[in-house]
Design a protein around this ligand. Sequence first.
Ligand code: BES
Ligand code: MN
Ligand code: ZN
Length: 522
Amino acid sequence: MTALTLSTAAAPGLRADAIVVGVAKGGSDKGGSAKSGDLVVAPGAEAVDKAYDGGLAGVLETLGASGGEGEVTKLPAPSGFKTPVVLAVGLGAQPDKEASFGTETLRRAAGAAARALAGSKKAAFALPVTDAADAGAIGEGALLGAYAFDVYKENGKDSKDAKKGAKNGKAPLAEIALLGGKPRDKAYKAAVERATAVCEELNRARDLVNTPPNDLNPEAFAAVAQAAAKEHGIKVQVLDEKALEKGGYGGILGVGAGSAAAPRLVKLSYTSSKAKKHLAFVGKGITYDSGGISLKPAGHNETMKCDMSGAAAVFAAVVAAARLGLEVNVTGWLALAENMPSGSATRPGDVLRMYSGKTVEVLNTDAEGRLVLADALWKASEDKPDAIIDVATLTGAMVLALGSRTFGVMANDDAFRSAVVEAAEETGEASWPMPLPDHLKKGMDSPTADIANMGERMGGGLVAGLFLKEFVGEGITWAHLDIAGPAFNESGPFGYTPKGGTGSAVRTLVRVAELTASGDLG
Ligand code: BES
Ligand code: MN
Ligand code: ZN
C-alpha cells in the first residue's frame, strides 16, 4: 500500500524519484511565482522554478504544456537536484490571488500525477496548498491515483514474484511526500490521517469490485468482511443460507436460488461510546449478475462482477468510520447473492415471501437488486436507526439518465436528499437528486402478489427506488444512491479514477457519517 506523509523537505536537497509541481493557465494580470506567456507555475513550486532560473513556465511551454486539467509533462530536473524528474501537472484556470485551486481540482491533478508516476518508488508533491483541506485533497488524489489492480497479472505487484512488478515498470508509487503543508499542525496531521484511512478502504473496495466473480462469491466476500471487522474492532454477524431460511429472507434467498454459491447477509456494527446518532448503510452485493432466468444478452454481462459495488462501498465506509473513530454508530448491511440461471433458480412468475412479510411477484429475475435490498432494508429498519442509506448498482435506466460519472439520489425526505447530495459534492463525488413520483407505483401492481418487482419501463430508476421505499420501516429517514453509472469505469482512467472499480459512494458515506457525528446532519 502506498504510504502518505507530510514533509518539510525542499528541493534541491529533497530525495525522491520525482517532484510534482502544478502549472496553470494564467489570466494576464494575475500573479504567480513565474510566468511565460499565459502559463503560470502554481505556488508551492518556487524552489523548483528558481532552479530553472525562473524559467520553468517557459520550458514547459516549449514542451507544449497548456496548463489544462489533467495534463502531465515530465522533464529532467535541473542540475544539482537530488530528484531526477520534475512532473508538471495541469491545474486549469488560475484562481484569484491566494485562493485555493479548489479541493477537487487538486485531487484530480494529484491523481493524474500519481498514475503517471507508476514505476517510480517515491514522489514529492509540491502542489499549491492553502490549508489542511487542500493537503488532504492532494493526499487523497495521490493515494487514489496510485491505485493499480494487478493481482491477476503475471508481472503484478502482488503476483508470486513480487520483484517482477517493479521490473516491468508498472508498480504503483510506494511513497508520497506532501510538501507545503505543516507537518506539526493538528489540522494537517488529521487531514493526512483521514485521507489515508478513507483511501486505503476505498482502494480495498475497488479491489473487491475488480476481483473476478469466480473468486469472489457471497461466502468469500463475507469472509473478507469478517477478517476486516476483527482487525478494526467492528462487530460482525454473518447469516448463512440456513439462517436466512430460518429468518424468512425470501428476497435474498430467491435471488441466490439459482447459484451454486449460497447467499449471505452480513451485519457490521461499529459503535462509539460518544455516539448520539445511529446510521445504517445497506449495500447491494450481487457478486455476479447474469440476469438469472431473464438472462442478460452478451454485451451486457461482461462487467457484471461490479454488481456488488454498493456492498463494497458500505463495507469500506464502515471500516473507515471505525478507523477514524467517528462519534456515531454505523451499521453496515451487505446483501450478498449471486444471480444465476439454473434448475433451482427463481422463475419469472414466481412469488417470493419477503422478510417484511410482503409478497413479491418476480416478473423479471434481472431486477434482483431490489429483492436483496428489500430484505436488508427491512432488517436494518428493525434497529430504528436515525437514517438509512442504501447504495446499489441498481438500474441501467439511471445510467441512461445521468451518464457514467454521476449517481442518482432518491429519498423519502427532501431535506435529507439535499444533505446527501451536498455531502457528495463536498467530497468531489458527482451526484444528482432524483424524484420518487407516487404515480409510478401503480405500474408495480401485481394480480397475484402485494407488489411486482417491475413496473413501467420509463423512469426505471425511479420505479426501482419506489419499490425499495416499500421496505423502509415506518418513520425512518431513508436515501437511495443508484451508482450503476459511476461504480465501474469502462473507459480510460481520468483524474484519480482508474479503469474498472472506482469506489463510488465511499467518500459520500464517510462524509455523511462525519456530518452526523458532528451534529451537522440530521
Ligand atoms: N445490475 C443491473 C443494473 C446495472 C446496469 C448495473 C448497468 C450496472 C450497469 C440490475 O440488476 C439490472 O439488471 N437492472 C435491470 C432492471 C430491469 C430488469 C427492470 C435494468 O436496469 O435493465
Ligand atoms: Mn440485474
Ligand atoms: Zn444487478
